[in-house]
Design a protein around this ligand. Structure first.
Ligand code: AP5
Length: 218
């Protein structure tokens, strides 16, 4: 299974990518998670990326494309992958197409999550994340068993620096300008599946399972 999860910030891509990766035993590649890891480790790439991420702007294409190509070459992707948050620009989509073509493979499906702007703002402002294992929770919709503590690893949960109101507004603007054109891009290539992301996490997951089952490799 080789799929891309597309959609505005906060539509639930990461939440569902975790579940699909576990269900079908494929790799989850989240450029947001990879970049945050680089920021935490204070690598040169992380220090550069932080300048963009804190303000809700996209990290330059060359940086992100290099990161994804390296990960796609990893043995963890041999069963397939869910790409969460990549590609986000037309040049990234073209680079992904070329990288896969050089391996003689193609994408199976691109899922575009649709959620209203009002719900997106609620989801992002109430999100809490685990800085250690990257698990995601929500203060109303996906509460941890113990308030403020990660169910998976026991670490204290934090609010992402780009989930502040001003950064959310910038991320949505950047999405409209740079990422939304990918809906048409993948529609024209016959790969797009429009998913209503407004239901509960379980409802959305069941819709996804139905759509992606034909592409499972295990
Ligand atoms: P990234 O981490 O990818 O952020 P994003 O795309 O803005 O997506 P989010 O993680 O905010 O949302 P999501 O759709 O994954 O939703 P989630 O499942 O967490 O990127 C961060 C930054 O890194 C970017 O701004 C950019 O700077 C940089 N970057 C990353 N990729 C890049 C690229 N390719 N090129 C350049 N720069 C890049 O859910 C959100 C909340 O809602 C959670 O609290 C969750 O519990 C809750 N929730 C989920 N589903 C539901 C549901 N069905 N009902 C109710 N609540 C729900």
């Amino acid at each position: 299974m080789r799929v891309v999860f597309l959609g505005a910030p906060g539509v639930g891509k990461g939440t569902q990518a975790d579940r699909i990766a576990a269900q079908y035993q494929v790799a989850k590649l989240s450029t947001g998670d990879l970049l945050r890891e680089a920021v935490r480790n204070q690598t040169a790439l992380g220090l550069e990326a932080k300048r963009y991420m804190d303000h809700g702007k996209l990290v330059p294409d060359a940086v992100v494309i290099g990161l994804v190509k390296e990960k796609l070459a990893d043995s963890s992707c041999v069963n397939g992958f869910v790409l969460d948050g990549f590609p986000r620009t037309v040049p990234q989509a073209e680079a992904l197409g070329s990288a896969l073509a050089s391996k003689g493979i193609t994408l199976d499906r691109v899922v575009n999550f649709e959620v209203s702007r009002e719900d997106i703002v609620k989801r992002l402002s109430g999100r809490r994340s685990c800085p250690k294992c990257q698990a995601t929770f929500h203060i109303d919709f996906a509460m941890p068993k113990v308030e403020g503590i990660c169910d998976r690893c026991g670490e204290s949960l934090v609010q992402r620096s780009d989930d502040r109101r001003d950064a959310i507004e910038m991320r949505l603007k950047v999405y409209d300008e740079q990422t939304a054109p990918l809906v048409r891009y993948y529609q024209e290539r016959g790969l797009l599946f429009q998913l209503d992301g407004a239901g509960t996490v379980d409802t959305v997951f069941h819709h996804l399972l139905r759509e992606l089952a034909p592409y499972r490799t295990t």
